[in-house]
Design a protein around this ligand. Structure first.
Ligand code: CU
Length: 431
């Protein structure tokens, strides 16, 4: 093809050409704006906004590799431009020098990339070791259990079991023991560190250590950090989110204190440590809970007929000292009564009450949770009422019964609208 410029008169639509050029310019400017807009925003699940030592290790690796690749890019572009300009076709009949094979070049472009890969591998492997370093003595241990489709957090030192929102004190090393109750899940809170699988851990013989995955990091800033299950685990995998609430040391201690104050009485925590140290299988746990519910559940824990709810702790029965924070609200008291008298307690626990189910999320301090249904929606009265009536309508395959249909091996709850509302008000008062 001849690339000489046409000397013919410009076509009548020259003006159209100029406007075409104009719109290309506008498009480029808009695209640039779009790219720049990405720089300022605060993304909730961003790896390049680290807030823990672990996340900083990953981030600095990422940034250094980024700048090295920019350098390589610059070198490649300079060479490419040089070659394109220097060796361009200068005349019609010019033939470039014909070369077949070049040992130096072959070695060069094999060794060069190999060196680059090695250069990337060294800091990457260092980062792997740095994020798996020995755990410091003062690290706080939390046992994380993935369930279809929610997260359980058990604090063995504090004797707390909560769900979907992990509370941590800032600047305190934490060592998470990850494990799954069913299929493989993956724990990922991008601003606090890399993802790590939560696997089902098979039972082991006496004296052997079960193979848990661990995640060790120190949160460096207070705030609420979003996370997500990062391993496809079933129908509602995409709806298996979580929050990590990093609080000051005092704030965290206050949360722990409120936990035990929430419903007054001390309560055994072993029951909630399912399944690692508790029952052998979900069905056995369910049977135990059902037995328990049959014995203590109906009648709102009013075991001695005095009208004061009582709690069974192991062998003794203790009166509940202070109920929830708004117990003077009649709707709260009514909700508490309905809740403790319903099948809810077969699966859910509230610290200091006869509810000590371990199949579903622990609902102690539920009113202090920001979200409902494993991080998928705001925790407010309206959403909670909808959830109790129709959990599967909001989240597919949830193992919880609704008002009109069974779920998780339990029959439909058949609660009236008033009862559902009272339960919602009660649960939201727990904070
Ligand atoms: Cu999952």
């Amino acid at each position: 093809m001849r690339l000489t410029r046409s000397t013919a008169a410009p076509p009548p639509l020259a003006g159209g050409n100029r406007s075409l050029r104009g719109s290309i310019c506008t498009a480029i400017l808009l695209a640039l704006l779009l790219v720049l807009a990405g720089c300022g925003a605060e993304y909730p699940q961003s790896t390049i906004n680290p807030h823990s030592d672990f996340a900083e290790i990953i981030h600095s690796l990422y940034v250094s590799i980024f700048w090295w690749t920019m350098l390589i890019l610059a070198v490649v572009w300079v060479l490419l431009t040089y070659v394109v300009v220097k060796y361009r076709r200068k005349s019609e009949d010019e033939q470039p020098r014909q070369i077949r094979g070049h040992l130096g070049l072959e070695i060069g472009w094999t060794v060069g990339p190999a060196l680059i890969v090695i250069a990337i591998a060294i800091p990457s492997i260092q980062a792997v070791f740095a994020t798996q370093r020995p755990v410091s003595e003062d690290a706080m241990e939390v046992h994380v259990t993935g369930h279809q489709f929610w997260w359980e957090f058990h604090y063995p030192e504090q004797g707390i079991t909560t769900a979907n929102e992990l509370w941590l004190p800032v600047d305190q090393p934490v060592n998470l023991r990850l494990h799954s109750n069913d299929v493989i899940h993956s724990f990922w809170v991008p601003k606090l560190g890399g993802k790590r699988d939560a696997n089902p851990v098979p039972a082991v013989r006496e004296g052997q250590d079960p193979k848990y995955n661990w995640l060790y990091f120190t949160p460096l800033q207070t705030g609420v950090f979003m996370g997500q299950c990062a391993e496809f685990c079933g129908q509602s995998h995409a709806l298996m989110a979580m929050r990590v609430v990093v609080d000051t040391e005092e704030g965290f201690q206050d949360w722990v204190d409120r936990w035990f104050r929430s419903e007054g009485a001390d309560f055994p925590t072993e029951a909630a440590d399912f399944p690692s140290e508790g029952a052998d299988s979900p069905s056995q746990a369910l049977a135990e809970v059902a037995e328990y519910a049959a014995e203590y559940g109906n009648g709102a824990g009013d075991l001695d007929g005095s009208g004061v709810p009582v709690v069974a702790t192991g062998n003794e029965v203790l009166p509940v000292q202070a109920a929830s924070t708004h117990d003077d609200d009649p709707l709260v008291a009514r909700g508490r009564e309905v809740f403790l008298g319903s099948t809810c307690i077969a699966c859910h626990a509230v610290q200091g009450t006869s509810a000590q189910g371990v199949i579903g999320p622990n609902l102690t301090l539920f009113g202090a949770r920001h979200t409902l249904g494993a991080g998928i929606m705001e925790n407010n009265r309206e959403n909670l009422i909808r959830w109790i009536k129709d959990p599967m309508g909001m989240k597919a395959a949830v193992a919880m019964p609704g008002v009109d249909y069974p779920g998780g091996n339990w029959p439909a709850t058949g609660l009236s609208d008033d009862e559902v509302e009272a339960i919602a008000v009660y649960l939201l008062s727990l904070k």
